[in-house]
Every structure is written in structure tokens, then in C-alpha cells.
Design a protein around this ligand. Structure first.
Ligand code: C2E
Ligand code: MG
Ligand code: MG
Ligand code: MG
Length: 280
């Protein structure tokens, strides 16, 4: 009967919900352990100057090597880490891994900046700028080598604190970038408040560049906007020759995407840079 079906569905739903919650909880425990033991690796995706097609930067993208589940992508664990407050520790892991690697290969990476993803929530930690600068000094690296790509997944609660950290980081020589611009919670106000050196045009606008005229207009406007503000526009998620040609035509400074380069193992990234420097 109908009631029986409904209650069966309801109990199935509840069981599903409980299982899901248990899975999430288990993942949080494993993530905590992974952070403690630094069980993370990273890949590096080249960022290309669209007028010369030379690699000017590399973006560090985190990978979690789970003992049973294999490689888990950041789209799964970063939002989780943000929800449960593990993001601060995770950012420290990324900063340490990156600085350590750059320090080891400082000569090879001399003419290439490294972009590191941070969460806007990191900027709410009072000592974030000071700690990041101190860590940079510990490895004897100049902050000017680094771009901090900031993603806002929720609206910032303490704007004054975020701005204070951003100002300190910029004054120390770090470049700031607004990631996924136009998606989620990134706003025009942030361009004013964070005074970024780079704006990254969200992948979704680039994806439909050639089939969606609104997205075409949005892309062109964001490029013009960044030109007027003397910041660099980077288009992410370039997957076709057609998208690349249009972005170049519109004067987009910089680009990233599978059509140009896939994210690479750190050693492969170094090899690629070496090839480029030798003029091949
Ligand atoms: P994001 O910073 O916008 O990074 C770009 C993402 O798009 C990367 O996915 C990259 O592999 C992917 N991608 C690059 N080119 C293409 C393309 O042509 N087509 C498509 N479909 N995708 C492309 P990934 O590595 O899975 O990272 C996802 C997001 O996770 C990042 O988005 C970033 O917000 C976050 N993330 C990654 N590493 C870190 C980290 O170390 N710390 C923090 N806080 N967030 C991170
Ligand atoms: Mg990024
Ligand atoms: Mg992005
Ligand atoms: Mg993203």
C-alpha cells in the first residue's frame, strides 16, 4: 500500500543519509591523519603568456594519496576541509611543500613564478600574512616569486581582517590573484579591496565561449576590465584552439588549460621549463 511504500522510501532515505554522514565523518578523520603525516603531493600546471606563448608561471594543485581510494582530487577534500576547519592546516601543508620544492630548485625556477591556491578563509586568520612571510624567509625565498590565488567559497565574515592580511602580503612582495572570478562569491568589491595583480576568469565562461554569446560578452568584459585596472587577466580551462584564438584576439594576457598544458608532475614541469629556456 501507499503508506508502506512511503515508509520504506523514508527509511531507505534515512539509511542513505546516515551512511553519507558516516562516510563524510570517516573522510574527515582520514584527512586529519593525512594532514598530520603530510600524505599529499602536488602537480604543477603551466600558465602561459598568450602573446609569446611562453610559460611564465606554474600553478600548484594539491593531490591527496589515499591508501585505499587512490588519488582524491581537491574538489572533494578542499570544500570538506573548509567546512570542518581543517583548511588552515592544509594551507600550511601546501605552503611548506611548495616552498621546500622551490628552495630545492630555485635556480631552475628563477624566471617562473609559482601560484599557490589559498582559501579566502585563510585571510581571516590574524597571523596569516606574518606566518606566510616568516615561512618564506625560513626557506630564503623572495615573496615576489609567488602568486597567491584566492578562492572565495563563502562570503567573508571579517572583511577588515582579510584586507589587512592582503595588504601585508602585497607589501611584502607577494602577488595576489582572484581565482574563479565571476563564479561563487567573488565580487567586484574584491577587486577594489584586495587590489589583485591577477584576475582569473572562471572556467565556466571559457568553456562556453564559442557557443554562448552571454559568456562571450562576459569574457570580453572581464578582459577589458582587467586591462583598464592594469591587472593581468588569466583565462582558465582553455580546451580548444578556437577558445585560445578568441582569447588572444581579445587581448587576454595569460591562459591555462588542457589545450595548452595538463597539470604535470613537479619533475616534468622542471623539464618543460628547461626545454623552453633552451629555445626548443
Ligand atoms: P582552480 O584553482 O580554479 O584550479 C583549476 C582546476 O581546473 C584544477 O583542478 C585543474 O586541474 C583544472 N583544469 C585546468 N585546466 C583545465 C581544462 O582545460 N579543463 C578542465 N575541465 N579543467 C581544467 P584541480 O586540480 O582538481 O583543482 C580544483 C580546485 O581545487 C582548484 O581550482 C582550487 O580551487 C582547489 N585547490 C587545488 N589545490 C589547492 C590547494 O593547494 N589549496 C586550496 N586551498 N585549494 C586548492
Ligand atoms: Mg587556482
Ligand atoms: Mg580557478
Ligand atoms: Mg576552482
Amino acid at each position: 500500500d501507499e503508506n508502506g511504500t512511503a515508509s520504506a522510501l523514508w527509511s531507505e532515505y534515512q539509511t542513505g543519509w546516515v551512511e553519507q554522514q558516516q562516510d563524510q565523518l570517516y573522510l574527515v578523520v582520514e584527512l586529519t591523519q593525512a594532514i598530520r603525516h603530510r600524505r599529499f603531493e602536488f602537480v604543477v600546471q603551466p600558465k602561459v603568456d598568450l602573446s609569446s606563448m611562453a610559460i611564465h608561471s606554474g600553478e600548484v594543485l594539491l593531490r591527496w594519496h589515499h591508501p585505499e581510494k587512490g588519488s582524491i582530487g581537491p574538489d572533494v577534500f578542499i570544500p570538506l576541509a573548509e567546512r570542518v576547519g581543517l583548511i588552515f592546516k592544509l594551507t600550511q601543508v601546501v605552503l611548506n611543500l611548495t616552498f621546500e620544492w622551490v628552495a630545492l630548485h630555485r635556480a631552475a625556477l628563477k624566471s617562473c613564478s609559482l601560484a599557490i591556491n589559498i582559501s579566502a578563509r585563510d585571510l581571516l586568520q590574524p597571523a596569516f600574512a606574518q606566518d606566510t612571510l616568516a615561512l618564506c624567509q625560513k626557506y630564503q625565498l623572495e615573496p615576489a616569486r609567488f602568486i597567491l590565488e584566492i578562492t572565495e567559497t563563502t562570503a567573508l565574515s571579517d572583511k577588515a581582517m582579510a584586507i589587512e592580511n592582503a595588504d601585508l602580503l602585497r607589501a611584502a612582495g607577494f602577488s595576489l590573484s582572484i581565482d574563479d572570478f565571476g563564479a561563487g562569491y567573488s565580487s567586484m568589491q574584491n577587486i577594489h579591496r584586495l587590489a589583485p595583480q591577477e584576475i582569473k576568469i572562471d572556467r565556466q565562461f571559457v568553456r562556453e565561449l564559442t557557443i554562448n554569446s552571454t559568456h562571450e560578452t562576459l569574457c570580453r568584459s572581464l578582459i577589458t576590465l582587467s586591462q583598464d585596472l592594469h591587472t593581468c587577466a588569466t583565462a582558465e580551462g582553455i580546451e580548444t584552439a578556437e577558445q585560445l584564438a578568441l582569447l588572444k584576439q581579445w587581448g587576454c594576457h595569460s591562459g591555462q588549460g588542457y589545450y595548452l598544458y595538463r597539470p604535470l608532475a613537479p619533475d616534468d614541469f622542471l623539464t618543460l621549463l628547461r626545454t623552453q629556456q633552451n629555445g626548443h
